[in-house]
Design a protein around this ligand. Structure first.
Ligand SMILES: Cc1cc2nc3c(=O)[nH]c(=O)nc-3n(C[C@H](O)[C@H](O)[C@H](O)COP(=O)(O)OP(=O)(O)OC[C@H]3O[C@@H](n4cnc5c(N)ncnc54)[C@H](O)[C@@H]3O)c2cc1C
Length: 377
């Protein structure tokens, strides 16, 4: 019997496990496969670096800003004026690091366990059933937290949300490539398209970078992801940044992201909370979700601690998660971003081009425009 059973040991699940274990609670952290590299651009915000000073061990680059491009390559450059920085990680290393911090704090990791159903006792949700090589297992807990990402079967089984529709998601593909690049080592590059989509180039070192692309909304069914990816690499302006014709592919994969913000009506039920990608904590403009997932995990862990102290695991108690200031802040920010996304992509991306062109000349406007993409730490 655990205090909390967490399904999924990605950034959200592992962070949640760490906070709970540090508070002295018994946590079972269930993961289907720790050797899985989550498809991702790997851009990690300074807010996460602050929470995890251990990340210095990864010796990743210091990213001090972003270069944003409209579909006709008008550029808006953001450079931090404080001493904070973001970084680009390989998700295998990053997820391992966060998971190990949780284990060091006392959480128990159960790898190669695929959660597929809930345990219910007398009608009360009381744990998670998993499949392992050795057969089925059950992990019992007072609270269950779902952090098993986009593909969470349990989220659907809980009845809190239904399956994603094609309009609910972004379709994305990412790769880590090795070879010559002219990206520099201090900026991430983000390219908005004339359709509902974007691409990115993130430097990871002198000869390594993460590249990817994605679509949203109606573009999901109009465009083929692999074609977009290959065409992007062939664009003359992109060739200036990544000139080689045959990069060594270190890794490549496609995966969906939640595209329409947090599912505020699907965050909790009796004995249950949903966090991270499972609950839609991903920016509708940039697809950034690591920071938001970790902060949703922090909020859920704080509420779980209070629930455990009061021995009250009811929905009425867990509602505090939805009302947590950090969750409310992210929800509000995403709502604004959704409206902005609609505006940016209107008329084949013309609005964004005009915005970036005006920002080049007008510095006050430039700051306003940048605020639409980046939220303050
Ligand atoms: C192509 C792409 C690029 C992205 N780029 C960025 C970026 O540059 N920066 C950024 O901030 N965000 C980015 N994101 C979003 C980011 O990857 C997610 O928001 C973040 O990983 C969410 O963390 P999580 O812990 O909620 O979910 P996940 O990282 O998906 O972790 C879920 C965990 O649960 C496990 N799991 C799944 N099913 C089960 C099961 N049935 N039983 C047990 N375990 C299970 C998985 O193996 C995994 O370890 C990107 C996403 C994609 C798809």
């Amino acid at each position: 019997m655990y205090d909390v059973v967490i399904s999924g040991a990605g950034p959200a699940g592992s962070h949640c496990a760490k906070v709970l274990a540090e508070a002295g609670y018994n946590v079972a952290l269930i993961e289907k496969n720790t050797a899985w590299r989550k498809p991702c651009g790997g851009l990690v915000s300074s807010r996460v670096l602050k929470l995890y000073p251990e990340m210095k061990k990864l010796k990743t680059l210091k990213i001090v800003g972003a270069k944003l491009y409209s579909s006709d390559y008008i550029r808006l450059v953001y450079t931090r004026t404080d001493d904070k920085y973001s970084t680009i990680v390989d998700r295998l290393d990053f997820d391992d690091l966060i998971r190990n911090v949780a284990i060091d704090a006392g959480a128990k990791l159960f790898d190669r366990n695929l959660s597929f159903d809930f345990v219910s006792k007398a009608g009360v949700l009381s744990g998670v059933k998993t499949k392992t090589k050795e057969g089925g297992k059950e992990y019992l807990g007072k609270i269950v937290i779902l952090a098993d990402g986009m593909s969470s079967r349990l989220a659907i089984r809980s009845g809190l949300r239904s399956k994603w529709t094609v309009e609910d998601i972004g379709r994305t593909k990412a790769a880590i490539l090795e070879g010559e690049h002219n990206l520099g080592e201090t900026y991430g590059h983000l390219f908005f398209q004339h359709y509902m989509g974007y691409a990115w180039l993130f430097p990871m070192g002198e000869r390594r970078f993460n590249i990817g692309c994605g679509t949203f909304g109606d573009a999901n069914s109009k465009f083929n992801l692999n074609e977009i990816f290959n065409d992007f690499l062939q664009e003359p302006k992109i060739k200036e940044l990544v000139p080689e014709s045959n990069y060594k592919i270190i890794w490549s994969a496609a995966y969906p992201v939640p595209a329409n913000g947090v599912l505020i009506n699907s965050l909790y039920a009796n004995n249950l909370m949903l966090i991270g990608d499972t609950a839609g904590f991903v920016s509708p403009i940039t697809g950034e979700g690591i920071y938001q997932s970790i902060f949703s995990a922090q909020a859920s862990a704080e509420v779980a601690i209070e629930a455990l102290e009061r021995e009250d695991y009811s929905a009425a108690m867990l509602k505090k998660y939805r009302r947590h200031p950090k969750v409310k802040q992210i929800v509000g920010n995403f709502k604004t971003k959704l409206r902005l996304r609609k505006f940016f992509y209107e008329e084949q991306g013309k609005n964004l081009s005009e915005m970036f062109a005006r920002a080049e000349k007008d510095h006050a406007y430039r700051d306003e425009a940048l605020n639409m993409f980046f939220s303050k730490d």
